[in-house]
Design a binder for this molecule. Structure first.
Ligand SMILES: [Zn+2]
Length: 257
């Protein structure tokens, strides 16, 4: 993507200009102890709503293609393919980290280990803003700066979705062929996850929840964490993110319409 915004102010300016030209709204939410805010875009369904999609991006400040894909989703009006869906979009959950180009927030905290317990200013603000909303599909977009191939954590109700999404993404860029990433078994770009029961038990043993565990436990048991490979060119990574997002939405659309 050409002209990727170099800072949070620039990013929100771009988001705002899409919001001004389309039937959607932008909400600014103060983050305690920060001089930058959390921003949220709400896109209502243009027909009668039958599903709600949550897009969560930029928890890590050094994963630019994830943020760029949400900007592309907005600027290229990708939501118009889904007139029955309403979207709740957080384009940048870690504005201080984004401005500094670092994974953590300005206090060196990994927000993606703070989605339960006392949390961080950013995770608490997201949780408060989401409230009791439920989502039919949530997407937690990330990048892995060290990798050369795409992989993902599939938390879908229908286990075939992960395979279908990876297949689609493989038409855009390389899929990770490693058998193990971050101590987890991986097959054809899909991280093997514990069963739902084991996952629930595991969640009770740790207070360092990533956003995905919070989403899975509070927002709905149908979602994914995408990881595009930081070692390949930027535009391909953005297209891979978009491909995963849009294909998951198409699968949801097929399953309910
Ligand atoms: Zn990340």
């Amino acid at each position: 993507m050409t002209n990727f915004p170099s800072n949070h102010t620039e990013l929100i300016k771009r988001v705002n200009s899409v919001v001004n030209d389309n039937p959607m709204s932008l909400t600014e939410i103060e983050i305690p102890n920060r001089n930058v805010s959390l921003f949220k875009v709400d896109i209502p369904a243009s027909n009668s709503a039958c599903a709600r999609i949550g897009l969560f991006t930029g928890v890590h400040g050094d994963e630019p293609a994830a943020i760029a894909s949400i900007l592309a989703f907005l600027e290229q009006r990708k939501w118009t393919e889904f007139p029955n869906f309403e979207f709740v979009i957080y384009p940048c959950i870690n504005p201080t980290g984004f401005d500094l180009g670092i994974r953590e927030n300005i206090d060196s905290q990994d927000i993606n280990r703070s989605f339960t317990g006392k949390g961080t200013p950013e995770s608490l603000t997201v949780r408060k803003s989401v409230g009791k909303q439920k989502f039919d599909l949530w997407i937690d977009a990330h990048e892995d700066p060290e990798e050369t191939g795409y992989y993902m954590y599939p938390l879908f109700s229908d286990e075939s979705w992960g395979t279908q999404i990876v297949k689609q993404v493989s038409t855009v860029g390389p899929i990770n062929s490693k058998p193990v990433i971050d101590d987890r078994d991986v097959k054809d770009g899909l991280v093997s996850l514990p069963s739902r029961q084991e996952l629930s038990a595991f969640m009770k043993t740790t207070d360092q929840w990533p956003l995905a565990l919070y989403a899975y436990s509070a927002l709905g048991q149908n979602g994914m964490t995408t990881e595009t490979p930081g070692q390949i060119d930027f535009d391909t990574r953005v297209q891979m993110q978009l491909s995963a997002q849009i294909h998951s939405m198409r699968l949801l659309q097929h399953s309910i319409l």
